[in-house]
Write a protein that binds this ligand. Structure first.
Ligand code: B16
Ligand code: MG
Length: 212
């Protein structure tokens, strides 16, 4: 089926907030005396906030934590993370991404976001993309995290397109798996490329223009 829509993951595809996630989780983990490094941080790519916390807590050795304790820890991390997001601006959107998005739209394609992040609307606003996409499916719309395909299926539904008519662009292995599980063609960038989970790897974001 001809490609009629593209669903973009946000963190790691449109923008790069990895370092902000790392710094915020690191501060929370240090306060709790939990070992946390970039290797663990890499496992959090595309994973929801509460599932990310569970991964970090694998190395926690203190007294048992209640659900309320865990929610407080996740909220603390999110407050620190949002301080960094608040300092973002349209200058954090690369010219390559901006120009490619505009060229894809000029080709008549529908464009959506499919992100695990509950902060997606805030990030898009900071980047100057608050009203750009035809649909935004994010962590606020779903009950199951990637690699479940829910977030991408919702995005396709919002666009009024079948999964077979859409390409998903992802940087996380869990996200590429989610795309495949939903019946989408998947283009990988960054980390996801090495795993070979997608249908093809992009060496540059602008290469999308040659593929769709
Ligand atoms: P939040 P994506 C994901 O975004 C991030 O990759 C992941 O590291 C983060 O834990 C998740 O969003 C939830 O983010 O705490 O802002 O709701 O890559 O799916 O756009
Ligand atoms: Mg991502």
């Amino acid at each position: 089926m001809k490609c009629q829509g593209i669903i973009f993951d946000l963190d790691g595809v449109i923008c790069f907030t990895d370092e902000y996630h790392y710094e915020a989780w690191k501060r929370m983990a240090d306060d709790m005396g939990i070992p946390f490094d970039r290797q663990v941080n890499n496992r959090l790519r595309g994973v929801s906030r509460m599932d990310s916390l569970e991964i970090i807590l694998e190395k926690y050795e203190g007294p048992a934590l209640s659900q309320a304790d865990k929610e407080a820890l996740a909220a603390k991390k999110n407050d620190i993370y949002r301080e960094s997001l608040a300092r973002m601006s349209p200058a954090d959107l690369s010219a390559e991404v901006r120009e490619t998005l505009e060229a894809l739209r000029a080709k008549g394609l529908k464009l959506a976001i499919g992100s695990s992040s509950k902060n997606a609307p805030f990030i898009l606003e900071r980047l100057g993309l608050g009203n750009f996409f035809d649909a935004v499916s994010d962590g606020n719309c779903i009950t199951r995290s990637k690699p479940d395909p829910e977030v991408f299926l919702k995005a396709a539904e919002f666009l009024g397109l079948a999964p077979e008519a859409c390409v998903v662009v992802e940087d996380a292995v869990s996200g590429a798996q989610a795309g495949r599980a939903g019946g989408f063609a998947v283009a990988c960038v960054g980390d996801a490329c090495a795993a070979g989970t997608g249908d093809w790897n992009l060496s540059a974001f602008s290469e999308l223009l040659e593929r769709v």
